[in-house]
Ligand binder design. Structure first.
Ligand SMILES: Cc1ncc(COP(=O)(O)O)c(C=O)c1O
Length: 287
């Protein structure tokens, strides 16, 4: 049975209930985090926790737990579920407020919700074939560095991609690539790997951070720099990166082939190097 942790109590996931007066429900006033687990161990827990604290700090939501309590909660979730590979979802909202008001009361108690699911590897058939993307205007807010639960634009953009017969959308703001609807974007030009620099326009992806390091160690030239829509269209390879999907090769952009139209050689190489680095990291960090 899938269990949820809700405000200090364990309940079956389907039985978990929150008040409709929760500010997360009424205002989307909350943040979340997704942490992958491999062979029953947390992967890159430190960076994920730092990002959660960044999201809480930036929104002024009180952090309800110490680092050690967060870790314990995640480890208990792993222990209480059967899967070797999991992804843990943590959500903190500003809490329940009796009177609906944009301005939060001072003494709210944050709502903490956590559960875990089985993490299945991306289908081999999808990895072999690659995915299709469109570009779309980035209609989101200006603080995409915060992992906010307010995901309506991301939902609409993903629906827009599907309506266009594509799998996902790569978002463009002022002519520059920001990220995917739930991923970061990387491009390969020759043996150079580029990705947009961290700022308020995009989420600081943990997979992004690790892949850039792996790419540097593999001898690739790595650049964190602005990428124009034109450069994106001319790239040899495009990848979407995230914790649950790792790196997905994009083979069609706006109906045109990316590079040779099949998942590229640098992606193949980096994917293997990423897996090797992850194994090594987990051995060394015992996370
Ligand atoms: C908007 C957005 N950007 C980037 C990412 C990638 O982040 P990470 O690699 O930490 O999963 C995500 C992950 O869900 C996301 O939602």
């Amino acid at each position: 049975m899938q269990l949820a942790w809700l405000n200090g109590e364990w309940t079956p996931l389907e039985a978990a209930r929150i008040s409709p007066l929760d500010r997360g429900f009424l205002f989307g006033d909350g943040v979340y985090e997704v942490i992958p687990v491999y062979r029953r161990r947390l992967f890159a827990f430190g960076p994920h926790l730092e990002r959660l604290k960044h999201s809480l700090g930036a929104t002024g939501i009180a952090n309800p737990h110490t680092d050690e309590e967060w870790r314990r909660l995640c480890e208990t979730l792993i222990e209480r579920h059967p899967w070797d590979d999991q992804f843990i979802y943590l959500q903190v909202t500003r809490g329940v407020q009796p009177k609906r008001d944009h301005l939060p009361d001072d003494c709210l108690v944050p709502t903490v919700f956590a559960y875990t699911s089985e993490l299945k590897p991306v289908d081999e058939a999808i990895l072999k074939k690659g995915i299709r993307c469109i570009t779309a205007e980035d209609i989101r807010w200006q603080r995409c560095d915060i992992k906010a639960i307010t995901l309506l634009p991301n939902v609409m953009l993903k629906m827009q991609a599907r309506a266009a017969g594509a799998d996902d959308a790569i978002l463009i703001r002022n002519g520059l690539v920001s990220e995917g609807t739930a991923s970061n974007v990387m491009i390969v030009e020759g043996d150079r790997l580029s990705t947009p620099p961290l700022d308020h326009a995009l989420l600081g992806g943990i997979t992004r951070q690790i892949l850039l390091q792996v790419a540097r160690e593999a001898g690739l030239e790595v650049r964190e720099e602005a990428i124009t829509e034109k450069r994106l269209a001319q790239a040899d390879e495009i990848w979407l990166t995230s914790s649950t999907k790792e790196a997905l090769p994009v083979v069609v952009l706006n109906g045109e082939p990316v590079g040779t139209g099949i998942p590229g050689p640098i992606w193949q190489r980096l994917r293997q190097a990423f897996h090797a680095a992850r194994e090594q990291w987990m051995e060394q960090n015992h996370e």
